[in-house]
Ligand binder design. Structure first.
Ligand SMILES: O=C(O)c1ccccc1NCC(=O)[C@H](O)[C@H](O)COP(=O)(O)O
Length: 266
């Protein structure tokens, strides 16, 4: 089965189970004591191409990514060496993450940058969960959400003081994201069927986005040269996981991606 479809059908079951175990009312009570959201949009909008560095233990396309994986120490290194935001996988089954992993990182005193809850969101319940653990932003994949519900989902994130990074694979999805109220649009360079990466495809999609929308190049960026290409195409930010997670020298790899603003205020 197409991998995204498999993940999404698992999410339908997972969300139902969670809702029966922890009612939304309880999640909302927890939100009252969550720390104040940080400005994810502002972090990505700074001069230079901003790095969102990803914490993920494994992925369906690449399997386990590091033998010495330690989510919190990676997040601390990312923040220290130049990431302007951190994406943390909340999915347990396919990516080896969890809401508790996001919570530890989002509330750690050494991580002062915005933290994104990277989940396959299909229901507003998950958006409340994200805020309850202290997340500043959530990922929403356009094709994972019923078209009629996308505006309501984005609004829910905004009402909770978070931002939504709305992910697209086509120009039509990018237009739909903007119409639904997205302020931050991500273009995924990876075809989730073949897992092939094509940065050029994102160029065409980015062109349909209006001024003022923050654009993020996602997936398959391998080195500083790719970051430079994404910057030349006009992207405000990039989401990088594997290339950093597989690096022997993580701080050096983070600095390589953060080249456009290293030596200035990050
Ligand atoms: O990466 C996968 O195998 C994958 C499979 C199915 C759905 C999503 C998948 N990846 C999620 C991502 O979008 C990446 O974690 C993210 O963009 C970072 O990409 P990378 O730098 O290539 O690790």
């Amino acid at each position: 089965m197409f991998m995204l479809d498999e993940i999404l059908s698992h999410k339908v079951q997972e969300v139902k189970e969670k809702q029966s175990l922890v009612p939304l009312k309880e999640i909302k009570e927890k939100i009252a004591s969550a720390r104040m959201p940080r400005d994810f949009y502002g972090a990505l909008k700074k001069p230079g191409i901003s790095l969102i560095a990803e914490v993920k233990r494994k992925s369906p396309s690449k399997g386990e990514l590091r033998t010495d994986f330690d989510a919190l120490s990676l997040a601390r290194m990312y923040a220290k060496y130049g990431a302007r935001a951190i994406s943390v996988l909340a999915d347990v089954k396919y990516f080896g993450g969890g809401a508790h992993v996001v919570e530890r990182i989002a509330n750690d005193s050494q991580v002062q940058v915005p933290v994104m809850y990277k989940e396959f969101i299909i229901d507003p319940y998950q958006i409340y969960e994200a805020r309850a653990v202290g997340a500043d932003a959530v990922l929403m994949i356009v094709r994972a959400i019923e078209p009629d519900r996308l505006p309501e989902m984005i609004e829910t994130a905004h009402d909770l003081g978070m931002q939504a990074l709305v992910e697209c694979f086509t120009a039509e999805e990018a237009e739909r994201a903007v119409t639904a109220g997205a302020r931050i649009v991500g273009i995924n360079n990876r075809d989730l069927q073949s897992f092939e990466v094509d940065l050029a495809r994102s160029e065409d999609i980015r062109r349909v986005l209006p001024e003022g929308v923050v654009t993020v190049s996602e997936s398959g960026l391998t080195c500083g040269a790719d970051a430079r290409k994404a910057e030349a195409l006009g992207f405000d930010a990039m989401l990088v996981g594997e290339a950093i997670l597989k690096a022997q020298d993580v701080p050096a790899r983070v600095r390589e991606f953060a080249y456009s603003y290293m030596g200035t205020q990050v």
